[in-house]
Write a protein that binds this ligand. Structure first.
Ligand SMILES: [Fe+2]
Ligand SMILES: [Fe+2]
Length: 314
């Protein structure tokens, strides 16, 4: 019997003969196996009943936006710990909104993709990881005694519109902008002895699962490199620069200083943005991604200028 495959051919650039489908499928299959061998359910992996440890920080002091400033020197230990709690709740809130964005973009992508392909199956698995991460982040915010930071209406509108343009190389570049900055910092923070154990555990789990997502996104970018159009390259190589000013604003959200009881929250945000210690943290967070973007020929002049002006490049 002859099997007739009359499925209509889609016309995406990834259908061109020079695109390495087999390689991409092999990566997806490897990540699918890795996911089933090493995934974590935050409901049972984190000890939700353990009391918070007295005197421990929610983020290590050296990554706090005001660390090393005169304002920091004037704060009591208790105030510093409170600020670390607020900065953690803020960064986890940003993480939740980003993972929400990524999952919506992946769902839209799945409407165009072959549901029988291993790449689709891995994308579904990744969405499942992100759903557990959002649960874990929300629960840790709750457990820490803080409240989440909500998006402003215009930020919600931007997040609603973004998935519509997240396609091709740009899709994976946005994914990396959202994942790699947090990942780089979590790698250096997760074993810090000053950290609350529940936050350290969250970071260990997140780093493990995100390394698969980052691997998948980086592979997606490198495999598209030979088939990218000039337009795809130029837009992806420069638009990511908008992440610089966005993250700078998000990481120095005046609301955190207000909730931490600092008298002049706007002034505190200005001090944080000029803080050389915090600039170093920002630069370290962007280092692995900027190196990868250069290697993938995706660090365009506008993109680079935006990251540098925001303080993420030396
Ligand atoms: Fe995640
Ligand atoms: Fe992720």
């Amino acid at each position: 019997m002859t099997v007739v495959n009359d499925a209509p051919k889609s016309k995406t650039p990834a259908d061109r003969p020079e695109y390495d489908h087999a390689g991409r499928t092999a990566i997806a299959n490897r990540l699918l196996k890795g996911s089933s061998a090493r995934s974590f359910d935050p409901i049972v992996e984190l000890d939700w009943d353990a009391p918070l440890e007295e005197g421990k920080y929610f983020l290590p002091p050296k990554v706090i936006s005001l660390y090393g400033t005169k304002l920091w020197d004037e704060m009591s230990e208790e105030q510093r710990i409170e600020l670390s709690r607020q900065e953690m709740a803020n960064v986890l809130s940003v993480g939740i909104w980003f993972e929400n964005l990524l999952n919506r973009a992946l769902l839209i992508r799945l409407m165009r993709e072959d549901p029988a392909a291993a790449t689709s199956h891995y994308e579904l698995t990744e969405m499942g990881d992100e759903c557990r991460h959002m649960t874990m982040f929300g629960k840790v915010i709750e457990r820490s005694g803080a409240r989440p930071y909500m998006m402003r209406p215009w930020e919600r509108w931007a997040m609603l519109a973004l998935p519509a343009v997240m396609r091709g190389t740009f899709m994976w570049v946005i994914t990396l902008v959202g994942e790699e900055l947090f990942d780089a910092l979590q790698r250096e923070m997760r074993n810090d002895p000053q950290l609350q154990p529940i936050v350290a555990r969250l970071m260990q789990i997140h780093v493990t699962e995100e390394s698969r997502h980052i691997g998948f996104a980086r592979d997606g970018i490198m495999r598209r490199k030979p088939i990218r159009s000039r337009w795809e390259t130029v837009t992806a190589a420069n638009l990511h620069g908008l992440g610089g000013p966005a993250f700078r604003r998000l990481f120095t959200n005046p609301q955190m200083y207000k909730r931490a009881g600092i008298a002049n929250p706007r002034e505190a945000a200005r001090i944080a943005r000029k803080n050389p210690n915090f600039h170093e943290v920002m630069i370290r967070s962007f280092e692995p991604l900027s190196a990868f973007l250069r290697q993938a020929d995706l660090m365009g002049p506008i993109g680079e200028r935006l990251w540098r002006r925001a303080g993420f490049l030396p």
